[in-house]
Design a binder for this molecule. Sequence first.
Ligand code: ATP
Ligand code: MG
Length: 289
Amino acid sequence: MEKTQEWLNSFRQNESLKQNINIKESRTGITISITGGKGGVGKTTASLKIGKELANLGYKVLLIDCDYNLSNTLIKLGKKINTDLYDLITSAKTFDECLYQEGNFHILAGCNGNMDLFENNLSIDEVLIDVINDHRDQYDFILIDCPAGLQKKILNLNAYCDHRILVVNPDKSSITDSYSMMKILRNKYSIQENHLLVNRIQNSDQYKRIVRTISETAEQFLGCRTLILGGIPLSEGRAEEFDKFLLNDANSAVHKNFCKVTKAITEKCGVNAVLQDKKVFSDFLTLPS
Ligand SMILES: Nc1ncnc2c1ncn2[C@@H]1O[C@H](COP(=O)(O)OP(=O)(O)OP(=O)(O)O)[C@@H](O)[C@H]1O
Ligand SMILES: [Mg+2]
């Protein structure tokens, strides 16, 4: 009886202890790189828009701009860069102090022209993998906006991520660059699966052709699987106008297609990812009338 009382007392104590501890909600921190090799294809555009839409769906999202020379993620949002990765690397500020936050959507801006990082031959891949590992359980999704090119450090980051989204435009050099990236990732890192987002599409035939070309070539020559996320139509007009309406116009075809792409990401890259590519040729694309 005495023993039972002891046990009960200690149990009650434990229970009240548990209630007092602020138990941290643990999240899965799925990492996705937004990449593709070629410059100017819409990687930053896609990172921002997908990040925002995932946050709108209720997910907690961290977007890391890993351009350690010419970061422009926050500039596209029309925000001033007050603090960035440089402050984190140099320990001038804490992680939280380095973030730009809009509700559930957090951005860690890259660096701009910090020459000493180059002189010290910064291992951006190792730095960012440490950052991700330290904060992974605070986020549902961690998006990595990659710079153009096939530098080893960026390839390392791509290979480290749980998923890769290759952003491709309907031009030969973009398609070839994305193939080169898939090839290196396959041969050097044994990556056999990539996601595809086609940006600047002019019509649905063009979209279908690109999707078919890339997925069939990757399958045939690399043994890689390509999971199709959808496409974003080309928006005519000035670049500044595009950047402005991108995040504000909920009626545009660009917005609607990004919403579909984001939904596809939650289905294909989420915790219970179900691979359902069959609809790709039928209803993934809403083109402007
Ligand atoms: N679907 C689109 N229609 C029209 N313009 C677009 C579209 N997508 C992106 N753009 C324009 O292309 C420009 C380049 O896009 P973005 O900066 O996202 O490319 P990037 O791949 O991140 O470039 P970098 O390789 O330099 O990082 C943007 O300023 C935007 O105006
Ligand atoms: Mg960019």
